[in-house]
Design a protein. Structure first.
Length: 460
């Protein structure tokens, strides 16, 4: 007779096997990578912007699950909403009714983009992008979608077709018809539009890879060009949306920008139930759902489920009641200004950029001969190693979780929970200063750099 399922007992009995289980049954390269760089921690619990390990030591989260944890972990309002929706025992996902929660969440989302009219709910950011690509092709009757170099829009086949990183695309061709244009290059955009087969341009207002912002005026000018050629403008706000950059959407930093389709996900989940949303104009939706026999021409089995909708409604409520967007703007300005002030102190620190709580810290070739020699060795082995040398001691010595912004980039990206404040800014800046002091003094992190060089050479 089988035992009754007990999640607590299962975790207690088997939780210590976490890395072995992943190595045996899941992506075997993940535990290998984590062991290599010393990120193979065991976190016991989390709350807000912090994790705790078994020894009770706290870790500051400056990664937020790649932006998913906009409100931090286990926000009490979102938790209560999920308890409430489970306790309500709703008749969910019957597929042949119109439950209230999706309509209410769509209404709340659209209030932040008053030029848009309708929403499709899926389960992830890449699904939101896939939806936008399909809708754009159907609405325009054209096959080709433009994207910007170095863009990241997801890893399913459609979104991969508009991914600007060859490392993700290699080995998965053929993809959808697509063309990359440089971010900010209106002439390149115009040349492609003149061919007459472009359905849309998809843009991250601030690119996650490298944290590069669209130049001032580009989004509006691109929108005008697209509409002149009867093509659509898609804003990918999967990571930048919901307050991340100090406005509800990042495209709102520029006056007059009104995308035809907007993709959101990540933070809308509250960190609990995956959800993605594609917002669009009424006429586009009516092109897609053009008759009753096309009512299910685009759908998702778990889209609009009650738990995800409840989480999304709770997230939007918290954002309004706790003034999350304004807080992200103010804290982001404080963090960015304090980091930018360090560029005069450290010759290895080349740039600090971004908006709100999406900040890129870029490292570059130093001036002094001694540091330049070490930098050159790292660059010859593999570009991006110095940024990794900074990320590792931030975790190992200062218990702060960060990430390198992309493969072969000397950029660290900070996307912490939007609820952080001055205390977390102080902790990060103090730790970052200590790590940079060590780098410029020729301290222990260069010994780790030698290890990284050996590994990089071995994996060529």
């Amino acid at each position: 007779m089988s035992k009754e399922f007990d999640l607590g007992s299962l975790l207690s009995e088997r939780g210590a096997e976490r890395y072995e289980l992943h190595a045996r049954h899941l992506n075997h390269q993940l535990p290998r990578m984590l062991h290599t760089i010393g990120f193979d921690k065991v976190y016991e619990r989390a709350e807000g912007a912090y994790f705790w390990d078994a020894d009770g030591d706290d870790y500051l989260d400056m990664l937020a699950g790649f932006g998913v944890m906009g409100l931090g972990r286990h926000h009490p309002v979102v938790r209560k909403a999920l308890h409430d929706v489970l306790d309500a025992q709703l008749a969910d996902l019957t597929r042949f009714d119109c439950p209230p929660l999706p309509g209410l969440l769509a209404e709340r989302l659209l209030a932040h983009s008053p030029h848009l009219d309708r929403v499709f709910f899926g389960n992830s950011g890449t699904e939101a992008v896939e939806t936008a690509l399909k809708f754009a092709r159907r609405a325009t009757g054209r096959p080709r979608v433009l994207y910007c170099e170095h863009a990241f829009h997801g890893l399913t086949v459609g979104s991969l077709s508009v991914n600007g990183e060859d490392g993700f695309r290699d080995g998965f061709a053929p993809l959808l018809p697509d063309t990359a244009v440089p971010l900010g290059d209106l002439d390149a955009l115009a040349r492609e539009l003149e061919k007459g087969d472009v359905a849309a341009l998809i843009v991250e207002p601030i690119q996650g890879k490298g944290v590069h912002e669209a130049p001032p005026g580009y989004l509006r000018a691109a929108q005008e060009l697209l509409h002149r050629h009867k093509a659509l403008f898609i804003a990918d706000e999967v990571q930048t949306g919901l307050g991340r950059t100090g406005d509800f959407y990042a495209y709102q930093h520029e006056d007059g920008v009104e995308p035809d389709l907007v993709c959101v996900a990540k933070a809308l989940s509250g960190g609990y139930v995956p959800v993605g949303a594609t917002l669009g104009r009424d006429w586009i939706f009516k092109k897609v759902y053009s008759s009753m026999d096309r009512v299910l021409v685009h759908s998702a089995s778990f889209g609009s489920n009650a738990q995800a909708m409840a989480a999304g409604l709770a997230v939007l409520s918290v954002m309004e009641n706790e003034q999350i967007v304004a807080g992200a703007r103010a804290t982001g300005e404080l963090l960015k200004s304090r980091l930018a002030a360090l560029t005069e102190r450290y010759e290895l620190l080349a740039d600090v950029r971004g908006r709100g709580l999406m900040i890129g810290i870029e490292f570059g070739r130093p001036r002094s001969l001694k540091l330049r020699g070490r930098w050159t060795v790292l660059q010859a082995a593999r570009k991006g190693l110095f940024a990794q040398m900074v990320v590792v001691p931030l975790l190992q010595r200062h218990r702060i979780l960060t990430q390198v912004s992309g493969d072969r980039l000397e950029v660290i990206k900070l996307i912490p929970p939007l609820i952080i404040g001055e205390r977390e800014v102080d902790r990060f800046v103090d730790a970052f200063t200590a790590v940079m002091d060590d780098a410029h003094d020729g301290g222990l992190m260069w010994d780790f750099g030698k290890t990284l060089v050996k590994q990089a050479v071995a994996h060529r």
